[in-house]
Design a protein around this ligand. Structure first.
Ligand SMILES: Nc1ncnc2c1ncn2[C@@H]1O[C@H](COP(=O)(O)OP(=O)(O)OP(=O)(O)O)[C@@H](O)[C@H]1O
Ligand SMILES: [Mg+2]
Length: 247
């Protein structure tokens, strides 16, 4: 029995690239350098799903909810029409936000446990509470890198694995935004790439000496025979659209 799909609502992407959509329950990485429209794309996917009746939760860690809303408004997305179906959990003050949450539930957490663990526990509790209350089906974490930094993973592979499993158990489809490092030390294995169910890469590709084109490539999508080719990514009149890249 095939799983059901979550649509990205990017014109041409669901049908031609994903050959259906994102399998429900997958943990997806949206990877790219700064300015490649990672946040825009993730919000766009949640926004269109919220409009269609599938609620979401957007966790922002790198920019404030206000700044995110301002940006998506400039893209022509009317966030106020979906505010109930798409709340934003603003953790842009990072650690401080989570520390406050830990303090509130202080009595419940084990004082002898490492700080990182208490932060993970309180974050999970908050997301779980919102899942029960809002019944969201899509979760965006912007960004995974920022979250990981706050949570102070000691054993990166094991803790990433544990967190991804937790997301899968939650039963939601997750979009994790991931920064493309400008350089990569050989010792920093990209565990999340192996552990994710799908990877969507965003890029600004030079097409002439002076011109750049937005590109999108789905390099991995478990249980889908996706098209891994490079596609141009266009954003016009409030809609994302892909077209096969030539040359
Ligand atoms: N109306 C618009 N139409 C098309 N592109 C736009 C529009 N408004 C902003 N942009 C582009 O969106 C980009 C920023 O998008 P976004 O914040 O989603 O990127 P990001 O990959 O999340 O960046 P960061 O890594 O800094 O978080 C800007 O660099 C700009 O080129
Ligand atoms: Mg961003």
């Amino acid at each position: 029995m095939p799983k059901s799909f979550v649509y990205t609502h990017i014109r041409g992407f669901d049908e031609e690239v994903l050959r259906g959509g994102i399998p429900q329950g997958h943990v997806i990485l949206i990877r790219g350098a700064s300015g490649t429209m990672k946040s825009s794309l993730a919000y766009y996917i949640l926004y269109h799903n919220a409009l269609g009746g599938l609620p979401g939760l957007y966790v922002t860690l790198e920019q404030t909810a206000g700044s995110l809303l301002e940006h998506v408004a400039s893209l022509g997305l009317k966030a106020t029409t979906v505010s109930d179906a798409l709340p934003i959990l603003d953790l842009s003050r990072g650690r401080e936000h989570l520390e406050e949450m830990v303090a509130k539930v202080g009595a419940m957490t084990d004082a002898t446990a490492p700080r990182g663990e208490a932060l993970v526990a309180v974050l999970k509790a908050k997301v779980l509470e919102l899942r029960k209350k809002r019944k969201f089906e899509l979760l965006a974490i912007d960004s995974w890198d920022a979250l990981e930094l706050i949570l102070e993973f000691q054993d990166r592979r094991a803790e990433t694995f544990g967190f991804f499993e937790w997301l899968r158990d939650l039963g939601v489809t997750s979009l994790l935004i991931s920064e493309e490092p400008g350089w990569q030390a050989p010792s920093t294995g990209l565990e999340e790439e192996f552990l994710a169910d799908g990877i969507v890469l965003l890029r600004l590709q030079p097409v002439t000496e002076t011109a750049y084109q937005r590109r999108v490539q789905c390099v991995k999508m478990r249980s889908v025979n996706q098209d891994s080719d490079d596609h141009t990514l266009l954003f016009e009149n409030g809609r994302f659209e892909v077209a096969r890249a030539i040359g």
